[in-house]
Design a protein around this ligand. Sequence first.
Ligand SMILES: NC(=O)c1ccc[n+]([C@@H]2O[C@H](COP(=O)([O-])OP(=O)(O)OC[C@H]3O[C@@H](n4cnc5c(N)ncnc54)[C@H](OP(=O)(O)O)[C@@H]3O)[C@@H](O)[C@H]2O)c1
Length: 212
Amino acid sequence: MKVGVLGSGDVAKILAGGFIKHGHQVKLGTRSPAKLAEWASTHRSVALGTFAEAAQFGELVVLAVKGSAAHEALELAGKTNVAGKPVIDATNPIADAPPVNGVLKFFTNLDESLMERLQNAFPDAHLVKAFNSVGNACMVNPQFQGGTPTMFICGNHDGAKATVRRVLDQFGWETADMGKAEAARAIEPLCMLWCIPGFLRNDWVHAFKLLA
Ligand SMILES: NC(=O)c1ccc[n+]([C@@H]2O[C@H](COP(=O)([O-])OP(=O)(O)OC[C@H]3O[C@@H](n4cnc5c(N)ncnc54)[C@H](OP(=O)(O)O)[C@@H]3O)[C@@H](O)[C@H]2O)c1
């Protein structure tokens, strides 16, 4: 697949590397490609461009920017460049405030997630929440003693979720589809839970698993 990754932070770089590892073509979009010059020199198969160029390139788009900038990044990517495409939404609505006793603050509430806001603003994009509830170091083929970890996903478009499920299969995850976009109200706060052991005990290597 051709994958357009929007972002230049750790998540964008790790996921871009994961897509390359699994044989996909990647264009990574940022407002300032120059700052990725050093990283790009060791990842020569990843093309760099603007948000719009990356989104246009991708048959699959990955949104991996700061949560508060996600709307702006999609605007820069261009509505037509994401229309009709699966968009993996890895963002979290983390507020610009310090955690309290290890608990992050969000700028959303439990009746409206960031992904719903984005889906409403970009109705033709097929957003799928994924990769938001695990640290970047564990995103691509993580190895846990407890077995294969679970990625909770949601979104309104079944075809887009099928695409994301295939990506998660390649990246070493089992997928738990929690339904439509509203389920992001529950999936986004998993980021808060995931981060607590990190902030309290500097333990950043773990993932969720759904047992049945
Ligand atoms: N870090 C993790 O391990 C982790 C794990 C799971 C989920 N997440 C979520 O994944 C997302 C990315 O996290 P990250 O740590 O990799 O990076 P980040 O520092 O949260 O975000 C960096 C990205 O945000 C973009 N950005 C910032 N302000 C912007 C603006 N005003 N307009 C457009 N774009 C703007 C930057 O664009 P430029 O490239 O143009 O500078 C850059 O690509 C976040 O939503 C985070 O909550 C992070």
